[in-house]
Design a protein around this ligand. Structure first.
Ligand code: MN3
Length: 240
């Protein structure tokens, strides 16, 4: 929202509250509230991709990345801003997500969409080689929890394949400090209080058809095979 819009919003709300009876202190606190809304709840923006749209070729194609980022993710951002303005919601995205059960569906879908995609772009990077083997430290960590890197990949792929319809598969650190694999429907994520799998996301993969249909059509398994070649293991290591 630009400053003119926010002034209009403020006056609209103030008028509704009966601005004539308010003192200058109340007006000032109203302005502060609007400023907070703009900063946190009202002006979410599309983060730039950390690489060019063709940087993940040949595994993830340029056109998919362009549409996914500038159309799909942008729409989540726009709709989140609108839903926050409509609901007069000024909490940070992190706070909203942690208590998502208290918010309407538009906030859950678009707030989740914004968080998930912002996370997802960071988790991919220009491919080094097809195998894209993770560093030894990550392999050791995954081995301790899942039996080995191959077993981990198999379980993660299973979670991604079994997610019916649209959603995400995740590797999370659970509240008791263990690593776990699971999936969420739609734009839900493990940080949400309503999620079946809860914890801090370490890795996640978008299995909505919009993430792969242009290049892979209905073949989600082929998309996943290609996706492993562009996983940014340095980012996963940071998250771990
Ligand atoms: Mn998506």
């Amino acid at each position: 929202m630009d400053s003119n819009q926010s002034r209009r919003e403020f006056f609209k709300k103030s008028t509704a509250l009966g601005i004539a009876g308010l003192g200058i202190t109340a007006i000032a606190s109203g302005l502060e509230r609007v400023a907070a809304l703009n900063e946190e709840g009202g002006s979410f923006t599309l983060p730039p991709l950390p690489y060019a749209t063709d940087a993940l070729e040949p595994y993830i194609d340029k056109m998919t990345m362009e549409i996914h980022h500038t159309k799909h993710h942008q729409a989540y951002v726009n709709n989140l801003n609108k839903a926050c303005a409509d609901g007069n919601i000024s909490a940070s995205l992190e706070d909203i997500i942690a208590k998502i059960s208290e918010y309407p569906a538009a906030i859950r879908n678009n707030g989740g969409g914004h968080w998930n995609h912002s996370f997802f772009w960071q988790l991919m990077g220009p491919p080094k080689d097809e195998a894209n083997t993770p560093p030894g430290k990550i392999v050791d960590t995954l081995k301790a929890s899942f039996g080995g890197f191959t077993d981990f990949k198999k379980q993660f792929n299973e979670a991604a394949m079994k997610r019916f319809g649209s959603g995400w598969a995740w590797l999370v650190k659970t509240p008791d400090g263990k690593l776990a694999i699971g999936s969420t429907p739609n734009q839900d994520n493990p940080l949400m209080d309503i999620a079946e799998i809860k914890g801090t996301p370490l890795m996640g993969v978008d299995v909505w058809e919009h993430a792969y249909y242009l290049k892979f059509q209905n073949k989600r398994a082929d998309y996943l095979t290609a996706w492993w070649s562009v996983v940014n293991w340095e980012m996963v290591a940071k998250n771990l």
